[in-house]
Design a protein around this ligand. Structure first.
Ligand code: GRF
Length: 221
């Protein structure tokens, strides 16, 4: 990418697409020096496809059910992202486990948002698990994607309190507001060349990022 050029983002979704909407708004509002070159869904019914189309963004559905194996699906997905010449790949509620066929070619430029304070609660049902454990706080992590599920180096985390009477739904609603703030921020760090993934972990401005990511509350302004 040429210095100062607008980055090309490929955004992968499976559902509602509220994080996608945060990226659409961040690109339009100048928070992100980027354009979304394609939104890809594995789910033909994903509501996020309509958000993308309404914003005039190219969409593509690659239905995983049409493929004989995960590997074949991931190879087709990788071909589509490459064809669109994406600089950065954003997983935004993309609910398929990816294999090396996809992860390896995009290593270092593949980000995910996960609704927990990783390393706590990789996988599903994060909010209910935080409630069941009696955690006083919950949150969200943006991380690099590696071959370990929800295990790649964290970039940034935002925390929210767990309040009396919270359900998984009320907690999720509090957390997702933070997702929409920190995910475009991490992407902007990447496209401005501030963020790197190396064999020894994630770096921001050449400094190692702490194991649980940059704390949004304190440092991200
Ligand atoms: C978000 O909570 C995200 O963290 C998780 O899936 C949800 C997607 O929501 N991976 P949306 O489709 O972006 O609204």
């Amino acid at each position: 990418m040429k210095p100062g050029a607008r980055a090309r983002l490929a955004i992968l979704i499976s559902g509602r697409g509220s994080n996608l909407q945060a990226f659409i708004d961040a690109c339009a509002g100048g928070v992100l020096n980027a354009d979304i070159c394609v939104v890809i869904s594995n789910n033909p019914a994903a509501a996020g496809l309509e958000r993308a189309a309404a914003a005039g963004i190219a969409t593509c559905c690659i239905d995983h059910r049409s493929f004989a194996s995960r590997d074949a699906f991931d190879t087709a997905l990788a071909a589509e992202v490459s064809r669109r010449q994406a600089d950065l790949v954003i997983l935004a509620g993309f609910m398929r486990i990816l294999t090396p066929a996809f992860i390896t070619p995009f290593s270092g430029r593949l980000l995910n948002v996960h609704p927990s304070l990783l390393p706590r609660y990789p996988g599903l049902h994060t909010h209910q698990r935080a409630l069941d454990a009696g955690d006083p706080e919950a949150g969200v992590t943006v991380h690099f994607v590696t071959l370990e599920l929800d295990g790649g180096p964290p970039i940034i985390q935002a925390r929210v309190p767990v309040l009396p009477g919270d359900t998984a739904q009320t907690l999720a609603a509090r957390v997702i507001e933070k997702e929409h703030l920190i995910y475009p921020l991490a992407a902007q760090w990447h496209i401005s060349g501030r963020l790197q993934l190396t064999d020894t972990g994630a770096y921001l401005d050449g400094e190692p990022i702490p194991a649980t990511g940059i704390d949004y509350q304190e440092n991200a302004h």
